[in-house]
Design a protein. Structure first.
Length: 426
């Protein structure tokens, strides 16, 4: 699939991936400025039905595939093979037997994503510049899967990944400050599923303003009638909304439909604003794509620390223009799976790298020393090495070091070192 990234107006897409369905929102930006709020794709415009069932359906004996709503519609017909829950199938990784052929489940998910984006392209007046995929958990397995999907589709657009919590943050950063601060809460509940609670807390006493999450989860709501479910949810609200001054509360998911919330609504609207909807995560992901591509000014004023974010700056003391300075090699506040940084360093008659971990959460700085065994130490500051940083997880830093030599005077020894450092998990 080829996406046109030329031209001044850019189309940013957010894709909310759940096992039952996905949603897609898109918006336009120009020179870092939103030209419109995100619009969520609906098969029937104006219907408010945003869910695209996460399913495929194949005609037996033929290379004919249906996706989404059409897959569900054809699933009851003869000679049709229905394949639901594509995300969990792909995360499991086991081959899927269809029509006496084994399929890689990542290929099935890629087919579904491709059909979704193709249909979206037909409905927007331009090409797509960036896609942000968002899912409840954005761990290494999910990222590996989505990278597989990206490569299979040969997407020319920029592709990014973040968790639902990250999409909630990006959504709130685009709301009025009176709704955002000092705190906002999100309750996500699909009928018959678990109830997920995400609280986004802002600390206005820091520069930039640091925000963090408090998360909780309930097995669900189990009362047999509406009144009982209303009392059950009202109790959860009282417990979860205690302790912080929440400016706004968002209710997302099919479980909140049906008009059963009476006491809950009265409590929610006491001193705060409440919103009921179903497409917050895809909208937040679309905003997130804008943030990644355009980097608007508001990003310099806020710093978000969730479980996927690196919480410490990686520093080194070094001479900068003749003055001893603390140089940042890796900046905190980025997703651990996006950390890719390198630096060339000239050593001063030593075979050791000295790093400093500076936590943004107020903890004590921690030094790290890496011994470069067998490195030929050259007098007169003639030893140059390259440091390359990546993350294996949110708390595991991977460092690769290579001796570069010093031009034609001292050729490289060819020596390389690797070391993993465990960061404080606070």
């Amino acid at each position: 699939m080829l996406f046109d990234r030329q031209g001044e107006k850019k189309y940013m897409v957010g894709m909310d991936l759940r096992d039952e369905a996905c949603q897609i929102s898109w918006c336009r930006s120009q020179k870092g400025r939103l030209l419109q709020e995100p619009v969520t794709y609906a098969r029937v415009p104006g219907s408010g039905k945003f869910d695209i069932p996460m399913a495929l359906c194949k005609t037996a004996g033929e290379n004919q595939w249906f996706y989404g709503e059409e897959a569900v519609e054809h699933s009851a017909e003869e000679n049709r093979i229905f394949i639901p829950r594509l995300l969990s199938l792909a995360l499991d990784g086991s081959p899927v037997a269809i029509d006496e052929t084994e399929y890689d489940p990542a290929a099935l998910l890629a087919l579904y994503v491709n059909r979704c984006l193709q249909e979206l392209e037909q409905g927007i007046p331009g090409g797509i510049a960036a896609v942000m995929f968002t899912a409840r958990t954005m761990d290494s397995r999910t990222i590996e899967l989505l990278e597989n999907v990206r490569k299979r589709l040969d997407l020319k657009a920029s592709v990014y990944y973040q968790s639902f919590a990250g999409s909630f943050y990006d959504f709130m950063l685009n709301q009025d400050e009176s709704l955002r601060e000092p705190a906002a809460a999100l309750f996500d509940y699909e009928t018959g599923g678990r109830l997920h609670v995400t609280k986004l807390i802002f600390n206005p006493h820091t520069t930039p303003v640091v925000s963090y999450l408090e998360e909780n989860e309930y097995p669900g709501l189990f009362a047999k009638d509406d009144a009982g479910r209303d009392r059950e949810f009202a109790g959860i609200l009282r417990e979860e909304l205690a302790g912080h001054n929440f400016s706004s509360v968002y209710l997302v998911g099919s479980g909140f439909k049906g008009g059963w919330m009476k006491k809950s609504t009265v409590f929610l609207c006491q001193g705060r604003r409440a919103f009921l909807g179903g497409n917050l995560f895809s909208k937040g992901a679309a905003y997130g794509a804008v943030f990644k591509e355009e980097k608007p000014e508001i990003l310099s004023r806020y710093l978000f620390l969730d479980q996927n974010k690196l919480r410490s700056n990686i520093l080194m003391k070094a001479l900068d223009r003749g003055e001893l300075a603390r140089i940042s090699l890796v900046d905190a506040g980025v997703n651990w799976y996006e950390v890719r940084s390198s630096a060339d360093v000239i050593l001063d008659s030593t075979a050791e790298i000295n790093l400093i971990l500076h936590p943004l959460t107020g903890g004590k700085e921690e030094p790290f020393h890496i011994r470069l065994d067998r490195l030929p130490v050259r007098e007169g500051r003639m030893t140059r090495v390259r440091l390359e940083f990546s993350m294996l997880s949110a708390i595991k830093l991977h460092i690769q070091i290579e001796d570069l030599g010093f031009g034609e005077i001292f050729p490289s020894s060819g020596l390389k070192w690797e070391q993993d450092l465990t960061l404080a998990d606070d």
